[in-house]
Design a protein around this ligand. Structure first.
Ligand SMILES: [Zn+2]
Length: 165
């Protein structure tokens, strides 16, 4: 896993990222709206799960994981990590990297809005997330040539060369 993805994911599951609700709790006067939707407070739960912007990013990436359910709380993410996080099985690598890159991509987009006043269309953010996951998966070698792994290969448009013969 790319260290910066793992680091942000690790902070996110502990709700340790500096969302605006935290700054307000520390007594700072801040405008606490979510910059992605401008329609709710900037909290971990909102930012990663309830925000309509983030939901669209999740929808676009999770269809490619063939996962039965979508995590919609931080606890769900922790459950996913326990279930899928450590194994070298290719499916778990797909799920873990999807989780980490989506959380990272949402956080980076949120920061660009908070600190630089920049915003990208949700489709651009989703595409960046998908491309980062694909690049990561393309770097793998000797992936077992099973029907399931081939299905992931189709979903992520991975080259045949990553599969073992
Ligand atoms: Zn929002």
């Amino acid at each position: 896993m790319v260290p910066r993805w793992a680091f942000v994911l690790w902070l996110a599951v502990q709700a340790k990222l500096s969302t605006k609700d935290k700054l307000a709790n520390w007594g700072m006067q801040v405008e606490d709206k979510c910059v992605l939707c401008n329609n709710a407070r900037d909290t971990h739960h909102h930012l990663f799960f309830q925000c309509p912007f983030s939901s669209m990013v999740w929808q676009q990436v999770l269809v490619r994981t063939l996962a039965p359910g979508i995590p919609n709380t931080l606890t769900d993410i922790v459950d996913w990590l326990v279930q899928y996080g450590t194994s070298k099985v290719f499916r778990n690598l797909v799920l873990h990297s999807t989780l980490a890159v989506a959380v990272y991509g949402i956080w980076i987009e949120r920061n660009a809005g908070v600190f630089q006043g920049l915003s990208k269309h949700v489709d651009v953010v989703s595409l960046n997330v998908v491309n980062s996951i694909r690049d990561f998966l393309c770097s793998k070698k000797c992936v077992k040539n099973s029907t399931l792994n081939r299905a992931f290969g189709d979903k992520w448009r991975l080259p045949d060369s990553i599969f073992s013969m």
